[in-house]
Design a binder for this molecule. Structure first.
Ligand SMILES: [Zn+2]
Length: 210
């Protein structure tokens, strides 16, 4: 498995390129910005992009998805509950003081239980609302890997004070959907350093008692 995660854009969203050497297929998760760098990586590993998955509709995660789709032809997957956030992209851009990226509704809504991914590496979609109503995590069970978007961070959790956020709901998502995963599950969050489910279960102050 080829796995490259790197921060993109002013908010340093973690973008991940996941590829399969045998089939030459790749998926990109959260192409918020820096599309030329993503294209360079695909070329460096000789990968063909099959799928673009966006964990939620915030500008720093979805901002480059349509540009990447236009260059590669790969479909974009995003949960339909975040369509209202796509419609307010100019408002989101104003929060950051950046230009409004062109966005479009996803080709496919990434729904709870759906399988996404590429030959050799498939993930199931976990719908984990709370940071936004359409927030999803991707769980690659055999690889013991979770791409957590902005639901879980090392030592913290996603903010819930933006439109669509719900603090009780994110705690429920974390306990019911993420803390049930094996301790050794490697977690790549939407921002910041990677962690594991076991580490967060033991030390994350937001996940202790409820
Ligand atoms: Zn976010």
């Amino acid at each position: 498995m080829i796995l490259e995660t790197f921060p993109v854009g002013p908010l340093q969203c973690n973008c991940t390129v996941l590829g399969d050497e045998a089939s030459g297929e790749a998926m990109v998760v959260d192409p918020g910005d820096n599309i030329p760098h993503i294209l360079n990586l695909l070329e460096k590993h000789r990968l063909k992009l099959k799928q673009i998955v966006v964990t939620h509709g915030h500008i720093d995660h979805v901002g480059g998805a349509l540009r990447l789709k236009k260059v590669t032809g790969a479909p974009v997957l995003l949960n339909q509950n975040d369509l209202p956030l796509l419609k307010m992209m100019s408002v989101q851009a104003a929060w950051l003081g950046v230009a409004t990226p062109e966005v479009a509704p996803p080709d496919v809504s990434a729904e709870e239980g759906m399988s996404v991914g590429i030959a050799g590496h498939t993930a199931s979609v976990l719908h984990t609302p709370g940071h936004t109503q359409g927030s999803i995590c991707l769980h690659f069970a055999p690889e013991k890997l979770l791409l957590a978007g902005d639901t879980l961070f090392a030592g913290s959790i996603g903010r819930t004070d933006l439109p669509g956020g719900d603090s009780r709901q994110i705690i429920r998502s974390l306990h019911d959907r993420l803390l049930v995963l094996p301790d050794e599950t490697r977690v790549i969050p939407g921002h910041g350093p990677e962690t594991t489910i076991g580490e967060e279960r033991a030390t994350n102050p937001f996940l202790q008692s409820r």
